[in-house]
Design a binder for this molecule. Structure first.
Ligand code: SF4
Ligand code: SF4
Length: 351
């Protein structure tokens, strides 16, 4: 992104925030690899922080593959309160198959250094681990390895764009069963951690259905800005140079095109017609347009991958949570029934 585009993007975001009277402004730097442009992103962060007229609470996040992360860069990000999330797909034998550099060489060595740098600066840092058909049978290995490295906040997700077969899904199912046992054992030993794919589904059972205000409001409450200043509804769509129907405006050409924005938003509405009558509608993530788009190339229908995934995962999570509930496991009850738990957990981790 050129500096004039970055400045136009900041002006645009500030003006939209004022117009919509939002209370929070969350800025996420993503790529590709955002640390390739660290000077530019610091400049952007500083301009937002120095903006006198900003009434909104401001937060920054950055997703990195860790290959360029140094102590010095980490320090600069901590000074600016940029919350860093690292992508690590598990132990070296898995990670190196899935994440290679331009020369085709696995990046695990660089990433192991990045893990140390990150966790030293922020023990509460988040790690994103992506399961593919190749690593489907290794969910347990991946999370246990990352746990032993010191992570406690795991975002475990699937590569929804991959070519999943029924046999891959079967492997995934048994690997989630192993992970369920891992979760139960860890929580029985009073470990505090957050495992997205399990905790989100326990939450949707204990706290009821996900409200509309928690769900995304595609292209409205969040949007993504491409390096050329193009506006897209979310991160997955930024690469869609050949699909102009997802281009909802441009920061240098009058901002949002309201018709395009509304059209994409309306196409993404959920529940989808094919989900009518499904008992999992209130708990299934089929409302995420990025997932649907990555898997089907469209936002109008639910991804078959997510459909199968939810039907596999939810019963495993529910069985495990029922066991912990019946045992009246104190950590489980504290974690899932005490509304102050997230704050207590965070404070205990940083003290
Ligand atoms: S489309 Fe999906 S990834 Fe994007 S904001 Fe909505 S829920 Fe999140
Ligand atoms: S499980 Fe399948 S049918 Fe049910 S809500 Fe999810 S995507 Fe729709």
């Amino acid at each position: 992104m050129q500096i004039d585009t970055a400045n136009a993007a900041i002006d645009f975001v500030l003006s939209e925030a004022r117009k919509s009277n939002v209370q929070y402004l969350d800025i996420t730097f993503f790529g590709g690899e955002p640390l390739i442009e660290s000077e530019l992103l610091f400049l952007i962060a500083d301009r937002f922080r120095n903006e006198k007229s900003l009434d909104q609470l401001l937060s920054f996040r950055l997703s990195t593959n860790g290959t360029l992360l140094t102590e010095h860069l980490m320090e600069q990000m901590m000074q600016r309160e940029i919350y860093v999330s690292l992508s690590v797909d598990g132990p070296p034998d898995i990670h190196d198959l899935q994440r290679v550099n331009v020369a085709g060489k696995g990046s695990s060595q660089a990433v192991e250094k990045a893990i140390q740098v990150l966790l030293k600066a922020n023990p509460c840092a988040n790690v994103t681990c992506v399961l593919t058909p190749t690593s489907a049978s290794r969910a347990y290995d991946c999370i246990d390895w990352l746990f032993n490295k010191g992570f406690r906040y795991f975002n475990l997700t699937l590569d929804y764009g991959a070519d999943w077969t029924m046999s891959d899904m079967k492997k995934l199912e048994s690997s989630y069963r192993e992970l369920g046992i891992w979760y139960e054992q860890k929580i029985s030993k009073n470990h505090r951690f957050y495992l997205s794919c399990f905790d989100e589904r326990i939450r949707s059972r204990t706290m009821g259905k996900i409200s509309n205000s928690e769900k995304c409001d595609l292209g409205f409450r969040q949007f993504s800005i491409a390096p050329d200043g193009g506006l897209y509804p979310c991160t997955q769509f930024v690469t869609t140079a050949g699909l102009p129907e997802f281009l909802i405006g441009h920061v240098k050409q009058g901002g949002f095109n309201h018709d395009c924005r509304k059209y994409v938003h309306n196409c993404s509405e959920s529940p989808k017609p094919e989900c009518k009558g499904c008992a999992l509608t209130d708990r299934c993530a089929s409302w995420c347009s990025c997932i649907n788009f990555a898997s089907t190339g469209s936002v109008t229908s639910a991804s078959p991958v997510i459909c199968h995934h939810e039907r596999v995962l939810i019963p495993i999570v529910d069985e495990m949570a029922n066991r912990l509930w019946r045992k009246r496991n104190r950590m489980f009850l504290h974690k899932h029934y005490n509304p102050s738990y997230p704050l207590i957990d965070f404070l205990e981790h940083i003290v």
